[in-house]
Design a protein around this ligand. Structure first.
Ligand code: ZN
Length: 264
């Protein structure tokens, strides 16, 4: 795996043109110029570029996050297009990371984008997690989610997890520095979906709702506005358009957050 470890250093302050571009953020007193400059200096790792990752990356790129790393080893297929709105018919057959980078560069040329056409394994994932401020899990299987949770917890990095299937979505944020529960605790208490979208189906807007909500939680994690719902599982039911919120305590049998406190 090769990545230049963000040799590009983003300036600490925004140009006049950038201040004008992000004016609607900057006038928010809870966000302010300092929040926008924090975004510009931030590096976000996005694992998975399906429906969640494309909605999320569009929002983060347009919002002014300075650096994104996109990880996915899949190619664009026609059956992706109804819900992976960053891609067009012309991208079918292209690697998702390459198509996404091209599209995101058009949305906001100020955003520095690294791409990795790989499926990450333990050591490589831990090394990559260590060079980012926030990690976003946009994968579509439980095995990857557990692996990402472990790497983030051991590296002391905030993790924003999302999942969507059928008409249902879920969100969870863990922050090791705040001693929240982790995604492993969630998996101990709540039954996680094991079917894939291929088998069970997914309604297009549901996955976009969850992906954009993940973007909101990333901005909140990076700039600390309001109250971040860390350690809380948010469940979305698209059949009734209702959200439910559950506080998830640390599970005594979770080997991830109970077994290691060195990152705290
Ligand atoms: Zn845990």
């Amino acid at each position: 795996m090769t990545i230049n470890k963000f040799a590009v250093t983003m300036p600490d302050t925004l140009t006049h043109a950038q201040v004008m571009r992000y004016n609607r953020h900057i006038v928010l007193p809870q966000f302010d110029l300092s929040g926008q400059e924090t975004l510009y200096r931030s590096k976000v790792l996005i694992i998975g570029l399906g429906g969640l990752g494309t909605a999320l990356s569009q929002s983060l790129c347009a919002s002014g996050v300075g650096s994104l790393t996109l990880v996915d080893n899949d190619t664009v297929d026609a059956h992706n297009l109804p819900r992976q709105l960053l891609y067009t018919s012309q991208h079918c057959g292209m690697k998702k990371v390459e198509a996404a980078k091209a599209q995101l560069n058009v949305i906001n040329p100020d955003c520095h984008i690294e791409i990795l056409d790989v499926r990450l394994v333990d050591e490589a994932m831990s090394a990559l997690v260590a060079t980012h401020d926030v990690v976003v899990d946009c994968t579509d299987n439980l095995e990857s989610r557990i692996q990402i949770n472990k790497a983030c917890w051991e590296g002391g990095k905030p993790l924003v997890s999302g999942a969507a299937i059928r008409f249902e979505g879920q969100l969870f944020v863990s922050v090791p520095a705040k001693q929240t529960s982790c995604y492993g605790c969630v998996a101990h208490v709540f039954q996680m979906p094991e079917l894939s979208c291929t088998e069970a189906g997914i309604l297009s807007p549901v996955v976009s709702i969850i992906g954009v909500a993940q973007a909101h939680l990333v901005l909140q994690t990076l700039t600390d506005f309001g109250t971040l719902p860390a350690g809380q599982l948010q469940l979305f039911d698209g059949l009734t358009f209702q959200w439910q919120n559950f506080t998830v305590p640390r599970h005594p049998n979770c080997t991830v957050c109970q077994g290691s406190t060195s990152a705290l």
